[in-house]
Design a protein around this ligand. Structure first.
Ligand SMILES: Nc1ncnc2c1ncn2[C@@H]1O[C@H](COP(=O)(O)OP(=O)(O)O)[C@@H](O)[C@H]1O
Ligand SMILES: [Mg+2]
Length: 237
């Protein structure tokens, strides 16, 4: 059965190929299916295309060939605006570079997805945005930082603010791009525990990317990006 024939999967990829412009092929993945509710660890060396794959799943990038389905939606069939709205409502994304808005406070950065998207806000039900922010901030030990400007935060603090923003209102798919690389061991463990609790509570799917294979044992499924790619191409490209 092809990946496209797997309704209900969180992620279903068929014949995905991607290049940046006329550059070399970065990804060539014949098939990948990730079931809903699974916690997946994706590793691979720097430069192998992990962030690129996440960009395709989040609809920030567009496949050169092939099909990318996320939560049963065909990402190729959506307009740019539809992909933006889909991402805001359904996906919590911790970017490798955090992408915090520098002129906003930590609090306003965390609130942003819910303030910008009614679908995401509706996921809070009767809980106020303020109560939800205070809850996630307490769990990530950033309550005292909420009214600091994003630019006044250390790298590790920015990372936790970015995580709080991604987890607010329990999105169905949580994507983390090397989110623990700037954290000390205690904070890394607290962060991974919070992630596990949050995705379990929401029955969400977690796709966690790292070059640090030692974290893999904490996840249900471990994937290596180089082995997902068609064997013949990458280095020859
Ligand atoms: N915006 C871009 N334009 C052109 N090439 C890019 C761009 N972003 C990444 N690449 C190239 O694509 C490849 C995969 O990069 P990336 O997905 O960032 O890898 P990883 O996240 O595994 O370190 C690298 O060779 C990188 O140089
Ligand atoms: Mg990367």
């Amino acid at each position: 059965m092809t990946a496209a024939g797997r309704p209900g999967a969180a992620i279903a990829i068929d014949g995905l190929q991607f290049s940046y412009g006329s550059g070399p092929r970065v990804l060539d993945i014949p098939s990948l299916v990730i079931d809903r509710g699974s916690r997946v660890f994706l590793h691979g060396p720097s430069g192998c295309g992990k962030t690129t794959l996440l960009g395709l799943l989040a609809g920030v990038l567009h496949a050169t060939n092939g099909s990318v389905r996320v939560l049963d939606r065909d990402m190729n069939a959506m307009s740019g605006g539809q992909r933006d709205a889909f991402r805001a409502e359904h996906i919590g994304y911790v970017f490798q570079q955090f992408n915090l808005i520098p002129y906003l406070s930590a609090y306003d950065n965390i609130a942003l997805p819910c303030r910008l998207d009614a679908g995401r806000r509706a996921r809070l039900g009767a809980v106020s945005i303020d109560a939800a922010i205070r809850d996630v901030a307490a769990q990530l030990d950033i309550t005292a930082l909420l009214h600091h400007s994003a630019t006044a935060l250390s790298v590790g603090q920015q990372q936790r603010v970015a995580a709080a923003r991604a987890l607010l209102a329990s999105p169905e798919l949580v994507i983390c791009d090397e989110p623990t690389s700037s954290l000390d061991t205690d904070r890394r463990d607290a962060f991974l525990a919070l992630l596990a609790r949050s995705v379990a509570q929401a029955n969400a799917t977690l796709l966690f990317v790292s070059h640090d294979k030692s974290l893999g044992a904490r996840f249900d499924v471990q994937l290596s990006l180089p082995s997902l790619n068609r064997a013949t191409r990458l280095d020859a490209a």
